[in-house]
Design a protein. Structure first.
Length: 312
């Protein structure tokens, strides 16, 4: 269940995802190409054919019980959203959180799903011990634009309500102004920062839009369908921050871009965060309370079961 990374621009080294694919349908999602590895389309299939890891909790218990496991904050939501609509039925994210709380393992969550408040009891319990923090992604405060960009994600007002409830429960919350898209949601940077502070967030993050692999043609088509009068201008500005390309995977600037426009966006975020008393990072989490779970009982194979029956 656990994926590890040593990417210098990612603030965690361990992550897990109970689902593959995401019903939120965000047109800009950098995870869309992962569905091509399953011989499915990064377009409609990514939004409609969701892989559910039904044994996620059992597998995570096995991994946490290994003698070689060294606790480091585990991120839920690094690839696909742990609070997409499928969570209402499967409750895998809750099961994983129950295990992490049981073992005292620190964790972070990134989501656009207001359904996270259903697990506030677990998150707040861990946060009280310095073992949990949450980031809520807020791309735009415009409900119409949100419906076009993120058709099945929680509405902006619902996400703001989730920020407030988490903060009031003592959970450190960051708001991700992400992804920033020039001439589309980029004018909202300062307003999002102000609302983040007003709703109790303690930190402000951001990324500039990334268009890896199949995401680029999907986003280009979206621009032509919804904002054709701005399509060329938006792509020109994005490319100016990506070395003239649609995407640049260089760790040094893949998250924030490079060049004068990227520097201007960074400056605006820094100034907006400072103006409203927002940090640029969430607080470090405590890893000292981890206690490995008991290994799950070994499952009998079909051959063993057959052999046992034959004894009688």
């Amino acid at each position: 269940m656990l994926s590890s990374n040593d990417s210098p621009d990612v603030p965690f080294s361990l992550s897990l995802n109970p689902y593959r694919g995401c019903e939120h349908g965000c047109i800009y999602c950098y995870a869309r190409p992962s569905h091509a590895w399953l011989d499915r389309s990064p377009g409609l299939d990514f939004e409609t054919e969701i892989e559910v890891k039904t044994n996620a909790v059992e597998r995570l218990r096995e991994e946490l019980a290994r003698p070689g496991h060294r606790p480091s904050p585990i991120n839920l939501g690094a690839v696909t959203d742990p609070y997409q609509p499928a969570e209402r039925s499967w409750r895998l994210s809750r099961g994983l959180l129950e295990l992490l709380v049981e073992t005292g393992h620190p964790f972070t969550i990134v989501t656009k799903g207001a359904g996270i408040v259903q697990d506030l009891d677990l998150i707040a319990r861990a946060a009280a011990l310095g073992r949990a923090a949450v980031s809520i992604s807020l791309t735009t405060q415009d409900p119409r634009l949100a419906r076009l960009l993120e058709p099945r994600a929680s509405a902006p007002h619902a996400r703001w309500a989730a920020v407030r409830r988490l903060a009031e429960a003592g959970v450190p919350v960051a708001v991700n102004a992400a992804p920033i898209i020039p001439f589309l949601n980029e004018p909202e940077i300062e307003r999002i920062a102000a609302q983040a502070a007003a709703h109790g967030a303690v930190a402000l993050h951001y990324t500039v839009l990334r268009l890896p692999r199949e995401v680029a043609p999907l986003f280009r088509q979206w621009l032509q369908d919804h904002v054709p009068e701005r399509a060329e201008r938006i792509m020109a500005r994005l490319q100016s921050m990506r070395g003239g390309r649609d995407n640049d995977s260089d760790f040094r600037h893949r998250m924030h871009g490079e060049g004068p426009w990227a520097a201007l966006i960074a400056q605006r975020v820094e100034q907006a965060a400072a103006r409203h008393g927002l940090a640029r990072r969430l607080p470090r989490l405590d890893c000292s309370g981890f206690r490995p779970p008991a290994p799950p009982p070994r499952r009998r194979s079909a051959a063993q079961d057959t052999a046992q029956v034959e004894l009688f």
